[in-house]
Design a protein around this ligand. Structure first.
Ligand code: ADE
Length: 418
């Protein structure tokens, strides 16, 4: 079996941490147990390009239980947990190509290694596998059964491919399931982003001005959790509706050019490029901290930061100090890569439970129906989304009410008024 990981000696630690995460993933556990019996993915080769974490490790075991032949590579050069990669290789004989801190060339070599497995399905987080497959092997891409995509950025890229008429096989936008983005993007990113910043800086949030760029589900979660830690939160937006929502949620809304002058900690979660740009570096206070929690490291113009700085040094793990002309210091966290996975462990298992339950049932759906679908981006079927919510509530020991026949009738009639 071919693989490329940091060290096989880390396997015991990775296995123990995967078991710790598994305790918080009851929905995925139920799916794994069902897959074990029904084998819905029997002998299907799946190239998975995901953040290699304890939670992903458990997803791999569920797919494997379903009969899949998996190859796993990293979906970001800085997000791999090397001990999990080792556990998957040594204990579970799953080929993994991922090393934390790999350079860009190695990152793409690892994606190529996953594609070398001649996948029949893909499972992506950010659409790098899909994009590479379409660019380099378009004829092969047309033969795939289907795929799934985990994240907002990946779904945006896939929709662009669909619009340009180049997408060659059907892909389910797992991100768009309600049981995914309402929880993972909001509560997961909200908590894990702060976790990443706290672990690498140990700054006190209380009393600080936290600037959140982007008020999508990730931004909403981050702003609310930042407020919970006592920060004064400023939101920047380009969308009037979202900006209005941020205002009505009680946050100050400013253009970045004004926020830059008042913020202590800045986090980008927009999915777009150069949200913090060269012009803003002149405006930051001495000691401003910059982090990104969006998928790509292009939300902060890092090349421009290097260009303008007169001095650059690393002051702590994942903290780079840039000295500006005149002596002000700006701090960049985690090389501008997603800070929750670079400096912490990503979203907690309990929330990834729902995201990865959606991944597993979507893979099962694709295995069954992919061949009869057009090469388009599809939602997770509502019935599966609702089932994930139902199972999660059950696992949490929470019961809910049922409509009475009278209420059901009322909801489907139009005659009754006041
Ligand atoms: N994305 C965000 N957090 C994650 C995690 N813990 N595992 C895999 N992907 C993630």
């Amino acid at each position: 079996m071919k693989y490329h990981i940091k060290s096989t000696t880390l396997a015991a630690r990775g296995q123990a941490r995967m078991e710790w995460a598994e305790r918080e993933m009851p929905v995925l556990r139920l799916i794994r147990q069902r897959f074990q019996k029904t084998k819905p993915l029997k002998d299907i080769r799946i190239a998975c390009c995901l953040h290699v974490t304890t939670e992903t490790g458990n997803l791999m075991l569920a797919l494997r239980a379903g009969g899949a032949r998996i190859t796993l590579c990293a979906s970001n050069p800085l997000s791999t947990q090397d001990d999990v990669a080792a556990a998957l290789v040594v204990r579970h004989k799953i080929p993994v190509f991922a090393i934390k801190g790999e350079d860009s060339k190695t990152y793409y070599r690892h994606i190529h290694s996953a594609l070398d497995s001649k996948p029949q399905m893909t499972m992506d987080d950010g659409a790098d596998v899909v994009s590479l497959l379409h660019k380099e092997h378009p004829a092969e891409a047309a033969r795939l059964i289907g795929g799934t995509e985990e994240t907002t950025t990946g779904v945006v890229r896939l929709r662009a491919m669909e619009k340009d008429g180049v997408l060659k096989y059907p892909i389910i936008a797992v991100n768009d399931a309600l049981t995914k983005h309402l929880f993972d993007n909001r509560y997961g990113t909200g908590q894990s982003t702060l976790d990443g910043i706290l672990r690498c800086t140990n700054v006190l949030f209380s009393g600080k001005v936290l600037v959140v760029a982007g008020y999508g589900w990730c931004g909403r979660g981050l702003a609310s959790r930042g407020r919970g830690l006592g920060a004064r939160v400023v939101v920047t937006e380009i969308d009037p509706l979202r900006a209005l929502e941020a205002v009505m949620d009680g946050f100050e809304v400013l253009p970045m050019a004004q926020a830059a002058r008042v913020g202590d900690i800045f986090v980008t979660v927009t999915g777009d490029v150069n949200v913090i740009d060269a012009a803003h570096f002149r405006l930051f206070k001495d000691g401003a901290i910059l982090a990104n929690s969006g998928h790509f490291n292009s939300e902060i113009n890092i090349p421009a930061l290097h260009k303008v700085a007169v001095r650059h040094r690393i002051v702590r793990d994942f903290v780079e100090e840039f000295t500006m002309p005149g002596g002000r210091k700006i701090y960049l966290l985690g090389e501008g890569r997603l800070i929750n996975l670079a400096a912490a462990e990503g979203h907690p298992a309990s929330v990834m439970d729902m995201s990865f339950a959606n991944q597993a049932v979507s893979a099962e759906y694709m295995a069954l129906h992919g061949k009869s679908l057009q090469p388009k981006v599809y939602p997770v079927p509502e019935i599966l989304d609702k089932e994930v919510a139902r199972l999660k509530l059950k696992a949490m020991g929470i019961s809910i009410d049922k409509l009475t026949p009278e209420q059901e009738k009322y909801l489907t009639s139009w005659q009754e008024g006041t």
